[in-house]
Design a protein around this ligand. Sequence first.
Ligand SMILES: CCCCCCCCCCCCCCCC(=O)SCCNC(=O)CCNC(=O)[C@H](O)C(C)(C)COP(=O)(O)OP(=O)(O)OC[C@H]1O[C@@H](n2cnc3c(N)ncnc32)[C@H](O)[C@@H]1OP(=O)(O)O
Length: 251
Amino acid sequence: MARSIGRICKGFQRLGLLSKQTQLIPFTRVPVGTVRTIVTLPSFLFPQPRDFSLPNPSWGSEMTRMYEHYESQCEMETEGGQKGPWRRLPSYNRLLKYATVFPSGGVYLSKMIQSKARLFTRNIRNPGAAFEYVLFVNKEEQKCVCILQAGHLLEGPPGHVHGGAIATMIDTVTGTHATFLSGPVMTANLNINYRRPIPLGSTVLLESCLEKKEGRKTFITCRVTSTDGSKLHTETSALFLSITASHLLGG
Ligand SMILES: CCCCCCCCCCCCCCCC(=O)SCCNC(=O)CCNC(=O)[C@H](O)C(C)(C)COP(=O)(O)OP(=O)(O)OC[C@H]1O[C@@H](n2cnc3c(N)ncnc32)[C@H](O)[C@@H]1OP(=O)(O)O
């Protein structure tokens, strides 16, 4: 258990959410006053988290075809036998499930852990009903592609996807991309132009590109198009600001 919690702590450290000094100290050996991270629950209570970016039976033929296309890019090797630049990003419905105490924000996080908080885009139990999506990132080109199949619960105008649902996906894709490029960030500005409605149930591509980085600022652009690229649905410019854990803990 200690090893698996340790791996999770390392994951948070990589994302910059835990300080490097945070140590895992088994509960039974904790000298009073030196606790930095407390393990409160045994690992058998944590089932293997579901990776929502993997195919499920609700995926239509277009979603599956696009997934297979990008997945095959991930398997490609360069001429020198190295792994190619594409990676699929796994996707879970919760990020903070396993952490119990932050160096200075234990109470806040402990409350979150006991709560029912779930990532907004991954909280519908019925597969295919809302956001079905998978993200692929290309490290060399500093771009990210998301394949989205928009389910029937996302209706806005009759037969078409709600503008807020589109904005949610744009924020998710550009936000994940910015995190990949710059570590923990928050959206400061999203500027979206809706050019053409997205039919409900259809599969579209969101392509996010790094425009520039300036200090704490990461500027990203994102286009939503049909899978063959012939129809432009939305265009976005987004600004993300790098944050530290204390920004989140400050509320
Ligand atoms: C390995 C990878 C795996 C990744 C795995 C991750 C998985 C994860 C998946 C989930 C992905 C979901 C992604 C959702 C992301 C959200 O939805 S975040 C939620 C929505 N956003 C918010 O709630 C943010 C609310 N706003 C804030 O907290 C604060 O205003 C901010 C944005 C942090 C900035 O505050 P601050 O740090 O105090 O910055 P501040 O000093 O005011 O300004 C700094 C600079 O930025 C500029 N600035 C600030 N705000 C703005 C603005 N709105 N417009 C223009 N400029 C601005 C300032 O002018 C200033 O510029 P300079 O004078 O330095 O040139």
